[in-house]
Ligand binder design. Structure first.
Ligand SMILES: Nc1ncnc2c1ncn2[C@@H]1O[C@H](COP(=O)(O)OP(=O)(O)OP(=O)(O)O)[C@@H](O)[C@H]1O
Ligand SMILES: [Mg+2]
Length: 164
């Protein structure tokens, strides 16, 4: 696990590019919890992840079905729990198979997920700074994902101090 990193993107394309780089280093069992308000850019980031995994075709918000599965280098499970205020047993059972499995889980509005499903998850918090500017603040990233943020961050806000 790595220290928090904070970066900004200054366009939708920069967010897609960041997502694509995450998709390139994604490994089976990765869980990304995407926090942030409406229009913060969570789905846009997932669209980039899909691109980085080699997934062709549109990635749209799964708001009406809870989860969409895409087949890329590894599977992408795009989950949106905006409508789920409390997790019931049926929903839990349906979602559990995605977690810690063969692919990467990217979850929008993850508040209702039980702790047992999000153990070891990487957290990316998105905030709207200005019309085109979004701030990403991370916690618990795997080093390979943290490197993506440090390497391709177009606008670094803060990163952990490195000791030489
Ligand atoms: N730097 C940026 N990164 C991402 N999106 C941006 C950026 N600047 C502007 N935008 C715009 O913000 C919107 C982000 O929408 P998106 O659907 O990705 O948000 P979301 O966080 O998934 O929202 P919701 O919670 O409603 O699902 C898009 O209209 C996009 O064009
Ligand atoms: Mg969305």
């Amino acid at each position: 696990m790595t220290q928090p990193i904070s970066i900004e993107t200054h366009s939708e394309d920069e967010t897609r590019h960041l997502g694509a780089e995450i998709g390139r280093v994604a490994q089976p069992g990765d869980i990304l919890l995407l926090l942030g308000s409406y229009g913060a850019g969570k789905t846009t980031l997932v669209q980039g992840i899909a691109q980085g995994l080699g997934i062709e075709g549109p990635v749209t918000s799964p708001s009406f079905v809870l989860a969409n599965e895409y087949c890329g280098r590894i599977p992408l499970y795009h989950i949106d729990l905006w409508r789920v205020s409390e997790m019931d047993g049926v929903t839990f059972g349906a979602l559990a198979e995605y977690f810690g499995g063969d692919g990467i889980c990217a979850v929008e509005w993850p508040a209702s997920l039980p702790a047992s499903l999000v153990d070891g998850a990487m957290v990316i918090k998105l905030a709207v700074v200005e019309d085109q500017i979004r701030r990403f603040t991370t916690s618990g990233l795997e080093p390979r994902v943290a490197q993506v943020f440090e390497r391709c961050a177009p606008h670094l806000v803060s990163a952990p101090q490195r000791h030489k």
